[in-house]
Design a protein around this ligand. Structure first.
Ligand code: NDP
Ligand code: 8X3
Length: 250
């Protein structure tokens, strides 16, 4: 069988890891990226080196991104699916007390990192006039909420870029999709609150958040549709969530 190759950024945790697992279980070969190499190695142990190619880089480092993708062995070169998932929130503070380092991290990772990876993968897809790019946005890219400021701006940028990419890349035979999740219980809030596990756990108390596996299942569905179908934009929320801030907590 000619297995499709999917590159998943942020495959060391949460949505990215669940997606790498689900795609690997369903016959894809995965280029799994992230900074935590030991976690990438766990995927190799689980699925074998013939099914997982670990690629360690920081998405903020455009030269590292370029070198990593340019250095892929020939048998791992023909990427058909790109899941731009790597990203996080850093801090949750009023604009007037926001931290410049946090702001830069979010814009550099969530926006510029997505651009760097896409720029390197695109020529491979354009050459073959085929490919599917899935950008992980957020409900925070649809609605601004109190203290969300720069994280929301980074995800509004992902929303704009997804639409822009779809408009331009349709002429190259490439599908572009965007997924905008509400609350998913991952390491996301631990990163946002800089390792404060109790504060992170509180975010998901009193309701049933989405699981990373719910997103992985959606991504598997999207990338296995017939060639004529593109699920262009999906807002996926926990049943208890109605908007960025309205959650039915018990
Ligand atoms: P996690 O914190 O669990 O995972 C984040 C992933 O991004 C990790 O694999 C991490 O890998 C990777 N990453 C972060 N910074 C970098 C970097 N500088 N270079 C390379 N990789 C990086 O969070 P989620 O799984 O929840 O988040 C995945 C995506 O989903 C993000 O874009 C997030 O904004 C979005 N999202 C999340 C929601 C949620 O409620 N959880 C809701 C809506 C959207 P490593 O640290 O090893 O580099
Ligand atoms: C993550 C979801 O609501 O914390 O993008 O911004 S939220």
């Amino acid at each position: 069988m000619n297995q499709k190759i999917a590159l998943v950024t942020g495959a060391t945790s949460g949505i990215g890891r669940a997606t790498a697992v689900s795609l690997a279980q369903n016959g894809f070969k995965i280029i799994a990226t992230g900074r935590r190499t030991e976690r990438l190695q766990e995927l190799v142990q689980q699925f074998g080196a013939e099914n997982i190619y670990p690629l360690e880089f920081d998405v903020r480092d455009k030269e590292a991104v370029r070198a990593a993708i340019a250095g892929l062995p020939a048998e791992w070169h023909s990427i058909e699916v790109l899941v731009n998932n790597a990203g996080n929130a850093h801090g949750l503070a009023p604009f007037q007390s926001g931290d410049l380092d946090d702001w830069e991290a979010m814009l550099d990772i969530n926006v510029k990192g997505l651009l760097y990876v896409t720029k390197e993968v695109l020529p491979i897809m354009i050459e073959r006039k085929a490919g599917h790019i899935i950008n992980i946005g957020s409900i925070a890219g649809k609605e601004v909420y109190a203290n969300g400021n720069v994280y929301c701006a980074s995800k509004f940028a992902v929303d704009a870029l997804s639409k822009a990419m779809r408009i331009d890349l349709v002429h190259e035979g490439i599908k572009v999709s965007e997924i905008n999740p509400g609350a998913v219980e991952t390491e996301f809030s631990e990163v946002r609150f800089k390792g404060d596990k109790e504060r992170a756990a509180n975010v998901y108390k009193g309701f049933e958040p989405l699981l990373a596996e719910d997103l992985a299942e959606l991504i598997l569905f999207m990338v296995t549709r017939p060639k004529r179908v593109n699920l262009a934009e999906v807002l996926i929320l926990p049943a208890a969530q109605a908007s960025a801030t309205i959650i039915n907590k018990q």
